[in-house]
Design a protein. Structure first.
Length: 153
């Protein structure tokens, strides 16, 4: 988990951290050697700053997790409603033309869910569309077996 780069903020932070590290080493090395001036530092301001920074980061982390949890609940609710709607569409048709319309409706429902996922993630790329086409083909075979079981009844 430490070396995962995809979706991480570490690639954006690494140049800044490297610059800060080099600057810190330069300050420690040249402390008191340039102009023979040393700045006395008291640990009290650093302690207060650290405390305030910890409070700020704690609240920010809590808000971020709340947003994540709310999005997860909404996405789960969307999937449950989609499955329920698909189940209702599969049970309602009586004639073969209605069954073909219900199959096309379910394909549209599945593609709507996938397109919403890509829209929210901002990744409308051909590679993800290829993965989704594999999922859609498996859904197609599942619907085909359901339609065959209906024709037996």
């Amino acid at each position: 988990m430490l070396f995962v780069w995809h979706g991480s903020v570490l690639p954006r932070l690494l140049p800044r951290l490297t610059l800060l590290f080099v600057l810190s080493i330069a300050v420690v090395f040249f402390h008191g050697k340039i102009l023979s001036f040393k700045v006395p530092l008291n640990p009290t301001p650093l302690t207060l700053f650290g405390f305030v920074l910890a409070l700020f980061l704690g609240f920010r982390n809590n808000v971020s997790y709340d947003r994540f949890w709310e999005a997860r609940k909404l996405w789960g609710s969307l999937l449950n409603c989609t499955r329920s709607l698909a189940r209702q569409v599969l049970t309602l048709p009586r004639t073969s033309s209605e069954k073909s319309e219900s199959t096309s409706f379910i394909y549209l429902l599945i593609s709507c869910t996938y397109s919403l996922k890509h829209q929210l993630r901002g990744q409308m790329q051909k590679t993800t569309l290829k993965k989704d086409s594999a999922v859609l083909s498996s859904a197609s075979s599942m619907l085909h077996t359901i339609n065959q079981s209906w024709s037996l009844n």
